[in-house]
Design a binder for this molecule. Sequence first.
Ligand SMILES: [Cu+2]
Length: 163
Amino acid sequence: MQHTLRSTALAALMALAAAGAFASGTHAGGHGHDADEAIGKPGVAAKATRTINVDMTDSMRFTPADITVKQGETVRFVIKNSGQIKHELVLGTEKELKEHYEVMKKNPEMEHADPNMVTLAGGKTGEIVWQFTKAGKVDFGCLQPGHYDAGMKGAVKVTKTGK
Ligand SMILES: [Cu+2]
């Protein structure tokens, strides 16, 4: 089941890439598959039980920056960039976010697109549908150069269900 979902997501990404939706330098699907297990997996929009609105601003903040969900829950994040410069929301482990951030600093023109992230120009709104399969903490951050260091980060607390 999991494999099917992932293959579908990958196929969708490849279709988009083929359609020229992404600029050169994309590294879609090239990383993070192990971390995907730790942070959850791409969700099915029809199964989303909650919509959480997240705002991003040029003051390098996410609002809210602290989110609590239940284990197993599929969440539809509606993310708005209220600023004027490009921002993004990337879900990951803290370690993965930091590693990715360093890569982004060296390659600021790099475009990336994976189901666990959305990159938005100023004024734009996008979505991430994600299922939080493991209890614990899932971090998120904006990996645009300088933003993560400036504190543009947050966390999703995933509470254990009593199953
Ligand atoms: Cu940002």
